[in-house]
Design a protein around this ligand. Structure first.
Ligand SMILES: [Zn+2]
Ligand SMILES: [Zn+2]
Length: 377
């Protein structure tokens, strides 16, 4: 419904009469941006489908070595043109359409291939993932500028280099861990006959599968997260995540290596063992990547009643609050009702925490010091 409306608006914008779209009005950049995005999307689809690249015509182009560099250029052009159109044009339809299709192409490119689970395929998406991280940053920087909660906060604030490093490390981890977390569930499904459960899960509509995965992982995440706060030995790992004193799109990436492994392994396994559709699981991997960036972002917008249904930045900012009332609240990352249900919900009307971090700020600065911190007395 909403999509049809949006597509109708895109078409109306594309059909703007010539005299109403002079050079510099953002029409040309938006239109070519969409074209570049769609081209990139098609190229990614070709790249990811071995059966397609074995077609003689395509195999020749692919083997020439120019395919990937051209694809990067196309995606980059799509992104820049989308930004340009958004800046120049009052109506943001063309710009956002170009942005959406370009980001979709890079995201699909960065997904681990589910065709082969051997490590050889691992680095296929790595380069895309790096582009993806750059695009995500380039997208969130202007959003934070326009919708910021803390207006005077700058992009290159304290510790930005450490957090950017964390960001790159954990983005690469998504790839590697997707493989690692797929391995046990592959084992279970190969050694146990879960055919009936699997068939039922896969018979559900795709959107229902995605929501079910969100519910399952957030339920697991809630209790694991709570344990990370309440068990002293685990807290020393999780304190690294809470040591961020500035909240923005980079801050959420600050997480101890071991915590990422435990978190991913524990939260993902149920959904994997049940055996939802691969595309629904991959969509969730993308969703959780963007969602956790969003939750930590410096975004002050109020989302009204939706904040009670789905976690918004203010909800997770309270989880990072430095004051007493913010300690051990809001453990969920998708559904605040989990915190209501288990008595840890805290979202005072329209209010924000006074500051972020751990009381007394015991965690040292720097990636390597933070890596060692949990093991030190
Ligand atoms: Zn926490
Ligand atoms: Zn957080």
């Amino acid at each position: 419904m909403y999509t049809t409306k949006f597509l109708a608006r895109v078409r109306a914008e594309l059909e703007t009469p010539r005299h109403e779209r002079p050079f510099g009005s953002g029409w040309l950049s938006g239109s070519i941006g969409i074209l570049a995005g769609i081209t990139g999307l098609l190229m990614v689809i070709v790249l990811r489908n071995p059966s397609l690249t074995q077609m003689p015509e395509l195999a020749a182009i692919h083997a020439s070595g120019f395919f990937k560099p051209v694809l990067y250029f196309v995606l980059f052009a799509g992104f820049i043109l989308a930004c340009l159109s958004m800046m120049l044009r009052k109506d943001k339809t063309l710009g956002s359409a170009a942005m959406a299709v370009t980001l979709l192409a890079t995201m699909i490119g960065s997904l681990p291939s589910h065709r082969d689970y051997q490590l050889g395929g691992l680095f296929v998406g790595l380069d895309f993932f790096i582009i993806n991280v750059l695009f995500t940053g380039a997208l969130f920087v202007p959003i934070e500028r326009i919708l910021s909660k803390h207006k005077d906060q700058v992009v290159l604030r304290d510790d930005w280099r450490e957090d950017l490093f964390y960001y790159l490390v954990s983005s690469l981890m998504v790839q590697i861990l997707t493989y690692l977390t797929l391995a046990p569930s592959n084992f279970v499904t190969q050694t146990h006959d879960l055919g009936a459960v699997r068939a039922f899960a896969r018979s559900l509509p795709w959107v229902v599968q995605l929501i079910a995965i969100m519910l399952l992982t957030d339920f697991m995440q809630y209790w694991l997260h709570r344990a990370f706060h309440r068990v002293p030995a685990l807290w020393r790992f999780h304190a690294v995540h809470h040591s961020a004193r500035t909240m923005d799109w980079m801050a959420g990436a600050r997480m101890h290596f071991l915590e990422i492994i435990i978190l991913r392994a524990v939260t993902a396994t149920p959904a994997l063992v049940i055996g939802f559709d691969e595309s629904a699981i991959q969509a969730y991997v993308l969703l959780v990547f963007v969602y956790s960036t969003f939750l930590h972002a410096n975004i002050g917008t109020s989302f009204g009643f939706m904040e009670k249904v789905l976690a918004a930045p203010r909800f997770h900012h309270w989880h990072h609050g430095v004051e007493d009332e913010a300690v051990d609240v809001n453990f969920a990352i998708h559904f605040p009702f989990l915190d209501k249900l288990f008595g840890t919900y805290h979202l005072p009307d329209g209010q924000w925490p006074n500051g972020y971090g751990v009381q007394g700020h015991p965690v040292p600065k720097g990636y390597w010091k933070q890596l060692l911190y949990p093991f030190q007395r």
